[in-house]
Design a binder for this molecule. Structure first.
Ligand code: DMJ
Length: 702
């Protein structure tokens, strides 16, 4: 009996300590987390009351009843009350237990009450708490809600969806960058420019809403082709001139034939090693010689060769290359070559290819100022400048030598964007102060500020000036801005750069931050022709003076040839240290089949008909034949002062595009590609004048 009593007392004390633990769990906030082991599946995660209080009430009620039962049983046996407990619910019962092993009716009633209160509270929470709908979906439809989410959003476990997600993110990023660039662009524009942009955009939308009418399969406007005047020539009457012209054609056949034999499809020919040669100026674009030579083949009536070249262009000329190209070189040789081939032959393939390439070049203009990058990856559209250019600058002769081709691209494609891009270059330039009225060779495309104050009418500057004049001429003399810029620039050049040597040779020096370097490049020799071409449009009192100046420059350049052993001109010649028109540095003594001196002879011949220009041209032909012609084509030479030629093994594409074309025209009559109907781009590709009263009719130049 006593043992039984001790057992019951131990039971009571165990129950009591359990209750103390349970109490501390449920009523001490710090320990609240310990509720979860008791109700691990409690679904009402958003309901603090249900979560914390209900379980407490239920647990404590059950515990109380269990304890009460045990105590009652002990009392029944001992006939006295249990020891005081720490529990709030362990109030002394004033009743006797009928049976020590089962619940009495009142106890059952209390249990029922507690459970029904619990149920009511729990489910009441579901229906009446503000976020009950979320609770419902969270509790009962948990998995389906997650599925719904995964259906609307990307599923990271699925590689296809991950790809989609990447694409979506990339697009958002791209749109964001585009919007930023556009915003920057717009911020730099004047109100009238912004207005013009809006008008252009409206016109574009209007055109698009008119549908495909008037467009071909390539979305180009349908144009009726009319051959511009003077596209074809005829034999000169004078027998000597006729023979000389025939000789130039023979030279072209030799250059072309060997390229075709040994380097077909490559950019250039190595005539000594008889294989292809590629300069990195064209990235992975192929066929520079083919495209550069197209118009020369047509002009010389080499139609079988022209057809083969056309066929190659149709089948192989591909601009979808993941490589960096020189925007300038690709423009003057490929875009220019294709445009000329189109205007001479009327073949649609050339128009289509020219526009396609032009579109690929447009991303180069994505700079804060719109001054294009020098280099562009044709696939990614990412541009940059030559690493050697002063402070990351763009080069005057590069961004300034896009105008003629881009005006024609707009005309042939119906897309005004090309013209807008090059007109914007002028706007940027016109906003800048020019030192002594001169244009420095370097301009930063981000800041719109000049880099180093170096000025040159030769390399890095040359064709910028040429294109100002020719833009005016090509616009049928309507581009007054181009005209003003050209004659102002020429005045500054005359004042600051043009000098006469003690031996009486006129030369154009280079300017470096105010100091003159008395050196003239072979490239600068084109200026004789340019000044002659512009002389007629100069104020009348200056025309004669400019023609004289042009003639003097032609003479100086001829001297640079005449004073060498090979009778071919060096890359650069100097007027200091006791020499005149002679190269003094070894690295300036090479000749790479350049055209500039012969180009000037052609212009001088056309404007003066002075026979010496043809004679000088013929001297150059003889020197080329004697020293540059090899079995596999024509090659440049390393030192024009050496008695025997040391060949550089490159037949430059401009030899076929320019040197041989200018020579051929020098021995042709003036009505073959007459200057009042055609302007030559800087790679000698003829482009027709866009007549002012017919600007709305593409290619109507006759
Ligand atoms: C040609 O590619 C172009 O004439 C360019 O403007 C500079 N010179 C080379 C040939 O010398």
């Amino acid at each position: 009996m006593a043992q039984r009593k001790r057992q019951k007392n131990r039971l009571v004390s165990k129950v009591n300590s359990l209750l103390v633990w349970v109490y501390s769990c449920f009523f001490d906030n710090k320990e609240q987390s310990r509720i979860y082991p008791v109700f691990p599946l409690c679904p009402f995660t958003n309901c603090n009351f249900v979560q914390t209080r209900c379980p407490n009430i239920v647990v404590l009620s059950v515990v109380w009843l269990v304890e009460h039962k045990a105590v009652t049983a002990a009392q029944a046996e001992e006939g006295k009350m249990p020891v005081a407990t720490l529990l709030p619910f362990t109030a002394t019962p004033n009743r006797k237990s009928a049976s020590p092993t089962s619940f009495r009716l009142t106890e059952k009633f209390i249990l029922l009450l507690v459970f029904s209160a619990f149920i009511t509270l729990c489910f009441g929470a579901i229906f009446f708490l503000p976020d009950s709908s979320k609770l419902l979906s969270g509790v009962f439809f948990h998995s389906s809600a997650v599925e719904t989410n995964t259906r609307t959003g990307p599923d990271s476990s699925d590689p296809g969806s991950a790809l989609n997600e990447e694409r979506v993110l990339a697009k958002i990023r791209k749109d964001h960058e585009k919007a930023l660039l556009e915003a920057k662009d717009t911020l730099q524009k004047r109100p009238d420019e912004i207005k013009q942009d809006i008008i252009n955009e409206k016109e574009k939308v209007a055109k698009e809403s008119m549908g495909q009418g008037g467009k071909d399969d390539n979305n180009l406007p349908i144009v009726e082709y009319h051959r511009p005047p003077g596209a074809t020539g005829h034999e000169p009457l004078d027998p000597e001139t006729k023979d000389r012209r025939a000789k130039i054609k023979e030279m072209m056949k030799h250059a072309w034939g060997n390229y075709r034999r040994y380097a077909w499809g490559s950019n250039e020919l190595r005539p000594i090693s008889k294989q292809g040669h590629s300069s990195n100026l064209f990235g992975d674009i192929k066929g520079a010689t083919i495209v550069d030579a197209l118009d020369t083949l047509h002009i010389m009536e080499m139609f079988e060769e022209f057809d083969a070249a056309t066929d190659w262009v149709e089948k192989n000329l591909d601009f979808n290359v993941n490589a960096e190209v020189s925007v300038f070189e690709v423009n003057i040789r490929f875009v220019g070559g294709l445009l000329s081939a189109y205007y001479l032959s009327g073949k649609e393939v050339f128009r289509r290819k020219a526009v396609e390439l032009g579109e690929k070049l447009l991303p180069a203009f994505k700079t804060p100022t719109g001054i294009p990058w020098a280099l562009l990856n044709l696939k990614s559209g990412i541009g940059r400048n030559w690493p050697w250019a002063s402070g990351g600058s763009s080069i005057l002769a590069e961004y300034g030598t896009l105008h003629l081709e881009f005006m024609h691209l707009s005309k042939l494609s119906g897309n005004p964007e090309f013209a807008q891009k090059v007109m914007n270059i002028r706007k940027v330039l016109n906003r800048l102060d020019k030192p002594q009225g001169l244009y420095p060779n370097y301009l930063n495309p981000n800041s719109g500020q000049w880099g180093q104050h170096h000025v040159s009418v030769g390399g890095l500057g040359d064709s910028f000036y040429e294109y100002l004049l020719k833009a005016w001429l090509m616009s049928d003399k309507t581009d007054e801005e181009g005209k003003r810029m050209y004659y102002d620039a020429l005045q500054a050049i005359e004042t600051n750069l043009i000098r006469k040597s003690s031996g009486g040779l006129t030369y154009i020096a280079e300017w470096k931050g105010g100091l003159l370097e008395h050196k003239m490049g072979h490239l600068t020799c084109f200026a004789g022709g340019m000044i002659a071409l512009g002389a007629d449009g100069a104020p009348s009192e200056k025309t004669g003076h400019q023609m004289e100046q042009a003639a003097e420059i032609a003479r100086t350049c001829h001297e640079s040839y005449a004073r060498t052993a090979l009778k071919l001109g060096p890359e650069a010649f100097r007027f200091d240290g006791g020499v005149e028109a002679i190269a003094t540095r070894q690295n300036e003594k090479y000749f790479i089949l350049r055209p500039e001196v012969i180009e000037t002879y052609l212009y001088m011949w056309r404007f003066t008909h002075d026979p010496k220009y043809r004679e000088w041209g013929w001297e150059a032909v003889q020197a080329l034949e004697q020293h540059c012609k090899v079995e596999g084509g024509y090659s440049g030479v390393r030192d024009v002062y050496a008695s025997t030629p040391n060949h550089d093994d490159v037949q430059q594409s401009f030899y076929l595009a320019e040197t041989l074309k200018y020579l051929y025209l020098l021995f042709s009559d003036d009505d073959h590609l007459p200057f009042d109907h055609w302007v030559f781009n800087t790679e000698a590709h003829p482009l027709p004048v866009i007549l002012k009263d017919k600007t709305d009719i593409p290619n109507e130049v006759e």
